[in-house]
Write a new protein. Structure first.
Lengths: 102, 348
């Protein structure tokens, strides 16, 4: 198989795995990990599809978008971790309550 | 050679999926994070295989390095005494209600409102959860199949915008196409991204989780190692910034290497002197965004469009913006690792 499509399919797999983990895991740190795996999957699809250039250098526009995306992902992760620590400090647990707190 | 490459690609793809699954399903959170860091390093390899060395550099420094450091620091702050037990909380315990299954060390820290919570009917809930999981797996498989189909039906040759980039590369001021896209053709994205980075830092500072007062001295290994590594890291950051104009590298890679130096420095117990943690720190934090905005405004006032550099100044302008952005990205990421607003002024 064309490596572009192989890596794009791996990206789809990573996105789905991450989405599954995001839904089933209650712990917020695991949800943050899951979102990061989903982001990696999206980046992999973008960059894999950028290599379809008949042996020439790959399309640099998706590359630039992914570099931007990686930095945005790390900012979002840092903010999410701070939120998680705040939730933990307020409620004593690193999980979201299923019922609204009174 | 191609067979070897195909085998390597298949193995790498399989390893990525397996590591991601293990990182997300591991009962121990610490182990999960370490596996996630390994996953990031393999992602860097995948970027190299996909001919994207710029992304590989960014991924190795940020995706694997800094994100891992952030996750481990957050895990350590979650609960120093019971974090291992915390991680072992089963996801779907047999009782069907995972909120009741908590490691013994966690039990006494439950807050009052949780103890008064009405228990749910256990058997019904368990059945419901099994049905929910079945439905979830089915629908996510359908999603994966649909996305996979969508990817496979794309044309196998599509140059995208690479021809347009190659055509205007002469006028961009740099010869590395990725840097040209990041700082010139799509400079707007990078401008906004620096804003996102700054906003994330504002958010983290506003949550104001208790600042740590750790005065532990680093061990001899960390002490010597940081003395050796930090000057090198700063040198490497400068090199990456300079080389980004014509080879893989650039402001983001340089900034993340600088941030790695900052994290290492913070790990040895070093803290910014309170004289510098007020205005001087804040000026460096906004320098990247500030210089970018000033350049954009000046160019508009000179009659150009947003971030349309005159070709004769383009190289100098890009280097100026990148230098400020590198400094800001590095210091912002290191500040995100520290997690709380550094103390200012002598009065505290």
């Amino acid at each position: 198989m064309n490596p572009a499509f192989l890596y794009a399919l791996v990206g789809v797999g990573l996105f789905t795995l991450g989405l599954y983990a995001l839904i089933v895991h209650a712990h917020l740190l695991r949800k943050i990990l899951a979102i990061n795996v989903m982001a990696s999957g999206v980046f992999l699809v973008l960059v894999a599809l950028a290599t379809r250039t008949q042996g020439a250098a790959p399309d640099p526009v998706p590359h630039a978008m992914v570099i931007t995306g990686i930095v945005v992902a790390v900012s979002a992760t840092a903010l999410a971790l701070a939120l998680m620590l705040r939730v933990r400090a307020e409620t004593g647990r690193a999980e979201l309550a299923e019922e609204p707190l009174e | 050679m191609t067979l070897l490459q195909s085998v390597f690609d298949a193995l790498l793809g399989f390893a990525l999926l397996w590591l991601a699954w293990q990182a997300l399903a591991s009962p121990d959170l610490f182990k999960g994070i370490v596996l996630f860091i390994a996953f990031g390093l393999l992602m860097a390899l995948a970027w190299v295989r996909l001919d994207a060395p710029d992304i590989a550099l960014a991924e190795a420094a940020i995706g694997a390095g800094l994100t891992g450091a952030l996750l481990l620091a957050a895990l350590a702050r979650l609960d120093k005494s019971s974090w291992r037990g915390f991680g072992r909380t089963p996801v779907r315990p047999p009782e069907g209600n995972n909120r009741d299954v908590i490691h013994p060390s966690k039990r006494d820290t439950k807050s009052a409102h949780e103890k008064t919570r009405k228990p749910k009917p256990i058997t019904e809930n368990g059945k419901g959860q099994a049905a929910f999981c079945g439905l979830l797996v089915v629908s996510l498989s359908a999603l994966a199949a649909g996305l996979g189909y969508a990817v496979l039906t794309l044309p196998s040759q599509a140059p995208g915008l690479s021809d347009s980039v190659a055509a205007s590369l002469e006028a961009s001021g740099v010869s590395n196409p990725v840097t040209a896209v990041l700082l010139n053709f799509r400079g707007y994205d990078t401008l906004l991204e620096l804003g996102v980075l700054l906003l994330a830092l504002f958010g983290v500072w506003s949550f104001g989780v208790v600042p740590e007062r750790r005065e532990s001295s680093p061990g001899p290994v960390l002490d010597r190692l940081s003395r050796l590594l930090i000057p090198w890291l700063i040198l490497v950051a400068g090199y990456l910034l300079w080389v980004g104009a014509h080879a893989p590298g650039g402001a983001f890679q340089a900034g993340s290497v600088l941030a790695a130096a900052g994290v290492l420095w913070l790990l040895t117990g070093w803290r910014l002197d309170t004289r510098f943690s007020g205005w001087p720190l804040r000026i460096i934090l906004v320098a990247g965004l500030g210089v970018f905005v000033v350049v954009a405004v000046v160019l508009i006032l000179m009659g150009g469009r947003l971030l349309e550099y005159p070709p004769s100044f383009a190289a100098a302008l890009i280097l100026l913006i990148e230098a400020a952005a590198t400094l800001s990205i590095g210091i912002t990421l290191a500040a995100l690792f520290l997690g709380s607003r550094p103390e200012t002024g002598p009065q505290r």
